[in-house]
Design a protein around this ligand. Structure first.
Ligand code: PGA
Length: 258
């Protein structure tokens, strides 16, 4: 049995107002609010963090943000700091999502600064990595993932490695309905764990959760979550409805009994 607690995280992206978010969070909490075998994190947009945080108070659900700035405060119009997130009971933060990388020009160095700032503020970073379709076709998947993991985690102190979560999200699978096969995903997850072993040692690497993301749905989750190095999911589309998201949490709970 794995020593890693499975984690299912919902990335709502730019969806749900504050009130819609609170409603969805309440519906999720009503079904999985006391499920303790699986860690569940929901990541609403910034504007819904406060209402969602209130809605899940006293439940097992944790709250994540979808991004943050690396500086503590200052003249950064439109940005949000780690302390602002912590103040709203946020415990996790998605960093380096492929949409941030491709649409907003975030590079590995900037993402690395955010990872370090998140850890400094006791937020758990969910560092997203993954190759484009053209990179997979060119046979450079490992090279790309290696660069993103090594640069993204540069300077992370060994004592904080257990706070880090990685999400492997092949870009060609995000929001497309195309999923990596369980074997394809497992191969990259095992490779990521080798990279983590190199940086932090085998014992610490064995504790770090590596999530799969990219069109994970109730009908493909069991097979993905059965793989040895797939420790949960970062869910986009299927996290926007309570039923499909809760089904994914249940799949992760089931994966523990196999
Ligand atoms: P998807 O998104 O589940 O809609 O493919 C995953 C993500 O972008 O985190």
């Amino acid at each position: 049995m794995s020593i890693r607690t499975p984690l299912i995280a919902g990335n709502w992206k730019m969806n749900k107002t504050a009130s819609e978010g609170a409603e969805l969070a309440r519906a999720i909490a009503a079904s999985v609010g006391i499920e303790s075998a699986v860690q569940v994190v929901i990541c609403p947009p910034f504007t819904a963090l406060a209402s969602v945080s209130t809605a899940v108070e006293g439940t097992h659900l944790a709250i994540g943000a979808q991004n943050m700035h690396d500086k503590v405060n200052g003249a950064f119009t439109g940005e949000i700091s780690a302390a602002m997130l912590r103040n709203l009971h946020v415990t996790h933060v998605i960093l380096g999502h492929s949409e941030r990388r491709s649409l907003f020009g975030e590079d590995d160095a900037f993402i690395n600064r955010k990872v370090l700032a998140a850890l400094e503020a006791s937020l758990k970073p969910i560092l997203c990595v993954g190759e484009l379709l053209s990179e997979r076709e060119a046979g450079t998947t490992q090279e790309v993932v290696r660069r993103q993991v090594e640069k993204g985690l540069a300077g992370v102190p060994a004592g904080k490695s257990d706070q880090v979560i990685i999400a492997y999200e092949p870009v060609w699978a995000i929001g497309t309905g195309k999923t990596a096969t369980p074997a394809m995903a497992q191969e990259v997850h095992a490779f990521i764990r080798q990279l983590l072993t190199k940086q932090f040692g085998a014992e610490a690497a064995a504790r770090i959760r590596i999530l799969y993301g990219g069109s994970m749905k109730p009908d493909n989750a069991d097979a993905l979550l059965a793989e040895h190095d797939i420790d949960g999911g970062l869910i986009g589309g299927a996290s926007l409805e309570a039923k499909s998201f809760v089904d994914l949490v249940r799949s992760a709970a089931k994966s523990l009994t196999r």
